[in-house]
Design a protein around this ligand. Structure first.
Ligand code: SAM
Length: 260
């Protein structure tokens, strides 16, 4: 049932095409079929404009609609990462199990906004959050792609992990059905704050859908620490993209006092 109310950069940029899986059981050049097919289906959502116009953008097809995303190269949040496409593909193709219609959704580290846009097109009431510097471009993309197309206008707002989260999102009035996050774990110094933010926002009935790009061991250990607080289910494993998609939910139910 729906709730009532509404550093360092990532270490890689070779994100355009699925890579061949490096698995000792496969010969060089072999690709794990399920992974390769799914990765291909996900990556085929992207297209380039056929003509050069005054503004640069990248195109994506979700919900049978063309989505135009403006990127900018000066900020990491202004670039669209493949994890966002993975999460969007999952949401669009699993609406029977994860129906976002009329659901309260918050996205952490929304970046250029694709996940927010697709969730809104799928009928969710979305709160789209990121660092202050990223919000201008995020708002631009969200407005341009959701105006007149969605039941609920998404709210774009600042959320700096670990900073004033309880004041800005009191649990009594902000109960989220879903927390969405794509590629928020990498070599930045705010991993503990990110963990605490997940922990604070995730109520007993909340589900987290989180696409994780695996890069370096220190960040990857975030998954182990995450499992101390949350149950974790693997929804996709895409070795060719070094991405896994997880569903998570609270391990320990909060007492009434702690939930207040
Ligand atoms: C690698 S980008 C991913 C962007 C988007 N989710 C995607 O997949 O395309 C990481 C995002 O986390 C945001 N971020 C980094 N540190 C943050 C912090 N301390 N608080 C809130 N957002 C943060 C960045 O601004 C950026 O938008």
């Amino acid at each position: 049932m729906s709730c009532l109310s509404h550093a360092s950069p990532p270490a890689d940029t070779d994100t355009q095409q699925p890579k061949v899986a490096e698995d000792s059981s496969t010969k060089q050049g072999d690709i794990i079929p399920v992974d390769a097919e799914l990765a291909k289906a996900i990556m085929s959502r992207r297209f380039q404009p056929s003509a050069i116009g005054p503004e640069t953008w990248e195109g994506y097809i979700f919900s049978d609609l063309e989505i135009r995303i403006k990127e900018s190269t000066d900020l990491y949040g202004a670039v669209l990462w493949p994890s966002a496409m993975v999460l969007c593909h999952f949401l669009e193709t699993n609406q029977d199990k994860y129906n976002l219609e009329h659901k309260n959704v918050i996205e952490l580290g929304a970046g250029t906004g694709l996940v927010t846009i697709v969730s809104s097109l799928l009928g969710a009431k979305v709160t789209s959050t990121d660092l202050p510097d990223v919000l201008g471009n995020l708002q631009y993309n969200v407005t341009r792609n959701t105006k007149g197309r969605c039941k609920y206008i998404p709210l774009v707002t600042e959320l700096i992990w670990g900073q004033n989260v309880a004041e800005r999102f009191p649990r009594a009035t902000h109960c989220f059905d879903y927390i969405l996050a794509a590629d928020v774990v990498y070599a930045h110094p705010y991993l503990d704050e990110l963990m605490d933010t997940f922990d604070y926002l995730c109520q007993d009935s909340t589900q987290i859908l989180w696409a994780m790009r695996f890069r370096l061991d220190p960040e990857n250990s975030f998954v182990d620490r995450f499992q101390q607080r949350f149950n974790l289910e693997e929804l996709y494993d895409l070795p060719s993209l070094s991405i896994k998609l997880y569903r998570a939910w609270r391990k320990i139910k909060r007492t009434k006092e702690a939930a207040a």
